[in-house]
Unconditional design. Sequence first.
Lengths: 230, 279
Amino acid sequence: MDKGLKPSLRERAGAEKQKIQGMTREKALRYIWTYYKIPIVGILVFIFLVIYFIHAFLNRPEDTILHVTFVNCYDDVSEKSDFHKEFLEYADFQETGEVIFDSNVFFDLSKDSDYANTYFQKTVAYLEAGTTDALVCQETNMKGMAKGGRILNLKDERASGIYDKYKDRIVNYTTEEGEVIPVAVDISDSPRFEGMSSYQDSEGCYLCVSAYIDQADQAEVFLDYLLKEE
Amino acid sequence: MHSMETKRKVERVIVHVVLIFFSIIMLVPFIWMLLTAFKSVSEATQIDPFVIFPTVWTADSFTKVWNNMNFLLLYKNTLLLIFWRVVCAVLTATLAGYAFGRLEFKGKNFMFSLVLFQMMIPAQIFIIPQYLMVSKIGMTNTIFALVFPGIVTAFGTFLLKTAYMGLPVSLEEAARLDGCNIFQSFLHIMSPLTRSSMVALGIFTAVFAYKDLMWPLVVNSSANMMPLSAALATMQGQYQSNYPQLMAASAIACVPMIVLYLVFQKQFIEGIATSGGKL
């Protein structure tokens, strides 16, 4: 080792090893803990984080086939409900996790303050991230979402099946520039909602498709389920 | 002399009366929560402001809520959220604060102004991009997702930078003369001296993590991965008008923070005094 130069890592490790060799096991452990506790804790935390991330990544849930957000729905549409089970049966899905009906969303865009509402932020985040495929909501919220451009123009080829099949139920939104855009399907008279207390007022009920969706096939299946006669 | 003493006594009484009055105002929502939890549904919703105490005290709401909601799981999620947020915030803020406060490097002022800029923007603005990031890496409905926005903290960086700037340069110079490199002088000399600021930051972070509603509600929709705040919010749909159960759940949810406050009462008050902040 040259004088005036700092010892290399290997040289320092060698010197430490020599020091430890002359100690009893208890003393050696105490010495290591006293001088190296921070690197030891750091390495352990690092290993824990690496294992945690690998575990979380490998065990992440499969992508859902259909995710529908029910805005202002006070009825049970969770995976334990008959509504959810009947749809799985109808669409011939095998696993519960393949379809998510999220009804933990409450906002009213007729009130300006609701744009700052937590649930509204959640809905926007879910739409923009492609988590949500379709929205079931009332007229005011449907128009608010259409104004923000977050729901699909049903003339788009991704939703052409819906547009052709439910032409008589299509609801339009007129932009400030006067452009008329088909944005929703009226499902107010869905037999599936008959036993529910939600969506029974004059606001009606509409199904909108996310503008960030790749294909609206599954939303169409859900729409078929909602509107099929008993 | 006698009149002087009387004047002081009167002043003290007035100060105490004012303080007690405002303390009562602060305590009213908490007391109302506890009293409502012990009422029946019909009694809780009747519009009579003079009925403050329950006519029949019942703990049914507590029993029902405890049986319906998995509080042990919610406590676990909340404690993990608080623990990791505090660890990450203190660690990153200490390192960044030291760099900004004591080191000279290119672009330091510009980078610190970015940190300050982040403090000036409402947190809600970041919700959607942060959700997109977590969602794209497939980590929604995990503890990591809950912790994610709190890994770095602009406020903490600012707080710790100020703390490091307040320490004398001679301490660091002496450490350098004794052979410490930058990391050693940070670790062994400078960071122990900012312990009170770190504790203050830890306490602030814990309180904010505990009461954070928006992010947990957005990022973790699974009932098994929710912290207390988000789980309470889901009761809005479940028990739309059952205020006694909602208040009972809120009272149970308050327990960890009350315990935390009782344990760290001294540090809590010191923290507020150190940072000049409010909770």
